[in-house]
Write a protein that binds this ligand. Structure first.
Ligand SMILES: C[C@@H](O)C(=O)SC[C@H](NC(=O)CC[C@H](N)C(=O)O)C(=O)NCC(=O)O
Ligand code: ZN
Length: 199
C-alpha cells in the first residue's frame, strides 16, 4: 500500500515505520471526547444549555490556583458521549469567537418547537427554521450567550444529539488528509454547494 507522507511529517520513532504508524492509528480504538471553549459567565451558559438545549450538567471542576473553572455538559455520561467542556477564566467576561469557528450541530426532533422555546427564554435566533439552502433538512441557527453559534438540525430520535462541530478551513483536502492520517478519522461525506455563499 502506498503511504503518502503528510507533507513535512516529522520522522516517527525508529521503533516503527511510517506505514506501521499510519496503520496503527486507523486501528486504535479511540473516540472524540469533548470540545472545550471559553465563556464569560459559567452559570449563564449552563442555564442556557440546560434550559434551552436540554443538556445535562455532568460535572464542574474549579482550579483556584490556576484561576479557572470548567463545567462539562452534554446529553449523556462522558464515558459514552461527546461532551462540551466550558472554561471560565476568573475575571474574563467576554471573548472574540473568531471567524474560523462555524457552529455546533444539535439534532432535535422539532426545530420550530425548539426555536420557540429559545425565543421564550430570551435566546437569540439568527436564522429561522426552514430547509437548508441546497438541501432538504430543516435547520435553524441560534447563538448562545457568548455568541457561539448552534445549528439545530431536524432529525429523528438519537442517543447523540451533539452531532457535529463546524470549523472553517483554508484547504479542505489538506485538513481531510491530516484528520485521516494523524487522528485515524474516516471521511464520512463531502457536500459541495457552489451556488450558495453564506458568511
Ligand atoms: C450540513 C449542515 O450541517 C450545515 O451546516 S450546511 C449549513 C450552511 N453552511 C454554509 O453555507 C457554509 C458556508 C458558509 N459560507 C459559511 O462559511 O458558513 C448554511 O449556513 N446555510 C445557510 C442556510 O440558511 O441554509
Ligand atoms: Zn452544520
Amino acid at each position: 500500500m502506498a503511504v503518502h507522507a503528510m507533507g513535512n511529517m516529522a520522522p516517527v520513532s525508529s521503533a516503527i515505520t511510517q506505514e506501521d504508524a499510519l496503520d496503527w492509528v486507523k486501528k486504535d480504538k479511540r473516540r472524540m471526547l469533548h470540545v472545550v471553549y471559553r465563556v464569560g459567565d459559567l452559570d449563564r451558559t449552563i442555564k442556557f444549555y440546560t434550559e434551552c438545549l436540554g443538556m445535562k450538567l455532568l460535572r464542574k471542576r474549579d482550579i483556584p490556583e490556576e484561576r479557572y473553572t470548567n463545567a462539562f455538559l452534554g446529553y449523556g455520561p462522558e464515558d459514552s458521549h461527546f461532551v462540551i467542556e466550558l472554561t471560565y477564566n476568573y475575571g474574563v467576561d467576554k471573548y472574540d469567537v473568531g471567524a474560523g469557528f462555524g457552529h455546533f450541530g444539535i439534532a432535535v426532533e422539532d426545530v420550530t418547537k425548539t426555536v420557540d422555546l429559545i425565543k421564550a427564554k430570551g435566546g437569540k435566533v439568527t436564522r429561522e427554521p426552514g430547509p437548508v439552502k441546497g438541501g432538504r433538512t430543516v435547520i435553524a441557527f441560534i447563538e448562545d450567550p457568548d455568541g457561539y453559534k448552534f445549528e439545530l438540525l431536524e432529525r429523528g430520535p438519537t442517543p447523540e444529539p451533539l452531532c457535529q462541530v463546524m470549523l472553517r478551513v483554508g484547504d479542505l483536502d489538506r485538513s481531510i488528509n491530516f484528520y485521516e492520517q494523524a487522528f485515524g478519522m474516516e471521511l464520512l461525506r463531502k457536500r459541495d454547494n457552489p451556488e450558495y455563499k453564506v458568511i
